[in-house]
Design a protein around this ligand. Structure first.
Ligand code: SAM
Length: 215
């Protein structure tokens, strides 16, 4: 998702107390407990888009810390607009960064879980390594996750989901949960939080796939 360039987006982000800025984010490696108010398990959403999922998740789980990661300022700005309405949420921060740099920003074993929701499909084969569930990204996640840390991935894009299953198997990850029609699964739906993309694609009848993997 790339919104049109929004004038002032970079300045608004630079002024936000909820964003950990590019000039200091690498200094926080291994010390994210000190950035958030409480020392508690840390979860990331990579490619959070406009932020509905992680905002809701952080509100439901005050016993965890959350960091939403997004590459584009114009998109992050939309997440910040939601965040401004919820000043009581003390367990959520944002980073504008490319997920390729995750191991430079988070320490070994510092992250308890990673959420990937409706990641960009990058359909051309030569772009496969840009897909967030690719083996190259799984290797980055492995560097920062706790030994039991999980990656949860949702998408309506079946070829991307099949690719993710193959990549996880090739990289030696264990498949803990797998459904090709999440919205028909009563158990998995109990805690499900709809992302902006999930709402859009499920409303036109696309089945939503979900997998949970760990090493
Ligand atoms: C298709 S959107 C999905 C947004 C949201 N997760 C949802 O489900 O509604 C994918 C988002 O991932 C972001 N993204 C893609 N590659 C990324 C990367 N390497 N690092 C950080 N964000 C990335 C895009 O900018 C975009 O906002």
């Amino acid at each position: 998702m790339r919104l049109r360039n929004i004038p002032g987006a970079r300045e608004t982000i630079a002024a936000s107390e909820y964003v950990v800025h590019e000039d200091v984010m690498r200094e926080k490696k291994g010390k994210w407990d000190t950035v958030l108010e409480k020392a508690q398990p840390l979860y990331l959403e990579v490619g959070m888009g406009k932020g509905r999922f992680i905002t809701e998740l952080a509100g439901r789980n005050p016993e965890n810390n959350y960091v939403g990661i997004e590459k584009y300022s114009s998109v992050l700005l939309r997440a910040l607009e939601k965040r401004e309405l919820l000043p009581e949420l003390t367990n959520l921060r944002y980073l504008r960064m490319d997920a390729e740099d995750l191991p430079e920003v988070f320490g070994e074993g510092e992250v308890s879980g990673i959420y990937l929701n409706f990641s960009d499909p990058w359909p051309k084969d030569r772009h496969a390594k840009r897909r967030l569930p690719s083996r190259q990204f799984l290797a980055r996640y492995a560097q920062i996750l706790t030994p039991e840390g999980r990656v949860e991935f949702k998408t309506d894009n079946r070829p991307l989901f099949d690719f993710a299953l193959e990549e996880a198997e090739a990289a030696g990850w264990k498949l803990l949960v797998c459904t090709f029609d999440l919205h028909q699964d009563e158990d998995l739906m109990r805690d499900n939080i709809m992302t902006e993309y999930e709402e859009r694609f499920s409303s036109i009848g696309n089945p939503i796939c979900k997998m949970v993997i760990c090493r």
